[in-house]
Design a protein around this ligand. Sequence first.
Ligand SMILES: Cc1cc2nc3c(=O)[nH]c(=O)nc-3n(C[C@H](O)[C@H](O)[C@H](O)COP(=O)(O)OP(=O)(O)OC[C@H]3O[C@@H](n4cnc5c(N)ncnc54)[C@H](O)[C@@H]3O)c2cc1C
Ligand code: FES
Length: 506
Amino acid sequence: MGTSQGLTGPDLKQGVREEAVREGEPLLGHIDGAPALLVRHHGRVHAVGAKCTHYGGPLAEGIVDADAIHCPWHHACFDLETGRAHGPALDAIPCWDVRLENGTLRAASARQVDVAEVHEPKSVVIVGGGPAGVACAEALRAEGHRGAITMVTAEGSDPVDRPNLSKDYLAGDAPEEWIFLRTSSALASHGISLVGEAAVAIDRAARVVRTAGGRELAWDALLLATGAEPIHLPIDGAALPHVRVLRTLADSRAIIAAASPAHPCVVIGASFIGLEVAASLRARHVAVTVVAPEAVPLARVLGKEIGGLVRGVHEHNGVAFRLGRKPAHIERDRVVLDDGSSLPAALVVMGVGVTPRTGLAAAAGLEVERGVVVDGAFQAAPGVWAAGDLARYPWRGELVRIEHFQVAVRHGQAVARAMLGRPAAPDVPFFWSRHHDLTIGYVGHAERFERAEVHGNLDAREAHVVYHDNGRIRAVATIGRDRLGLEVEAAMARDDDAAVHALVTR
Ligand SMILES: Cc1cc2nc3c(=O)[nH]c(=O)nc-3n(C[C@H](O)[C@H](O)[C@H](O)COP(=O)(O)OP(=O)(O)OC[C@H]3O[C@@H](n4cnc5c(N)ncnc54)[C@H](O)[C@@H]3O)c2cc1C
Ligand code: FES
């Protein structure tokens, strides 16, 4: 069954017996030298690519739900009919037609997906070159939009895969060409123009965006996806040149340039980004101390049990912690803490959270309340949408603003549909975070929780934690239980609390 190229399972063009393809159970094989799946869903059999277009996750290990195959790693999903991607993935997977002849199912020719052309809105302007902006632009094209699309971005580079800035790229494990989410030439090949300037004003009456370079960009539909910016603590020395934050490629490059085994680093903030920076700098043999006021890292979001595990993993890899402490001020060669002690530091990275970039929206008279307030289809005002880290939107009975990559991509893709007058709604949020060899997945969203209930064995990295609030399961974190995370997501998407409960307690 296996082949010399390391492919697994049968050649799906040669075919398999009809009864071998069972409802909802992907059958892994290969087509034209690449891994592929046969998937029976609601009785119909589909042939699709088996490799997730995000980071190459094994779709055969995912689940089939709601007419899509879902990736176990970071919860991208792909329509079985068209291969179309949903965040965090941007690219579709290939699809083939399937024939049934004499009881044998065979993949036939590559499926051509016909999409009706749409010419309205004539001109779309997207402010922001992050994942929400890029996903919106590309989803418009995938949905058949043929009008003008202009993306205005103050990124200072082509759009980047932001999560990677604190992980493999910062650790030195990924070459620079991997860091780009999209190059300007790739966007141009889809007819998406990139303007590398800050937008400085929005005239909603004239339907024009003005840029720092003096351009006036007319829009019929406008997406604001200006994301968030890192908080700089208001302490003495925070503006010294060796004090860094991490949001852009330039920030990551600057940290890499300053990282040296000969020079100690202090990370201020035991946030996801702060801890990932600590892990990546350890991979570069830098001595790292994390300073944070909380007793247990990440406890507010993940609970003290996973927080304790994360701390242990970092300590095992040589990261030192000064918890329960705040920095009082920063000097050229040290960080002085609020108990008067000090830590030597040639490099200081602040990972103390972000704040949404709402200035443009507020000046344009949009409702801003810790984010740009939008409705359930991400609309902020007629013709204006907001998405990603910027947007505060209704989800499960409350207004939320969520800072996750997958969420930003899904928002962008939903806004594209909304701009074309098609149904659009928020999906179940998901994020992942990596700490050395520990990866955590998190489905749902708990602004707060009354109880975090651990199931399984955290030390063995085979566990999930259930976050309860006000009589509902709000979120579930998984370690080594990717499939459960997908199943919970599917149940939450159906708003089926009983199914969520049954899954997490089975
Ligand atoms: C280092 C790092 C690691 C992360 N790791 C993870 C992770 O592991 N998992 C996860 O789920 N999430 C992670 N995140 C969070 C995730 O990257 C964000 O949620 C996501 O990038 C938000 O996307 P966005 O498009 O809303 O905004 P952003 O990515 O912030 O993009 C906003 C864009 O708007 C542009 N902009 C802002 N103002 C203007 C203006 N006036 N004119 C023109 N352009 C403007 C910016 O230059 C930028 O291009 C990480 C974030 C960082 C910084
Ligand atoms: S590898 Fe599939 S979602 Fe990331």
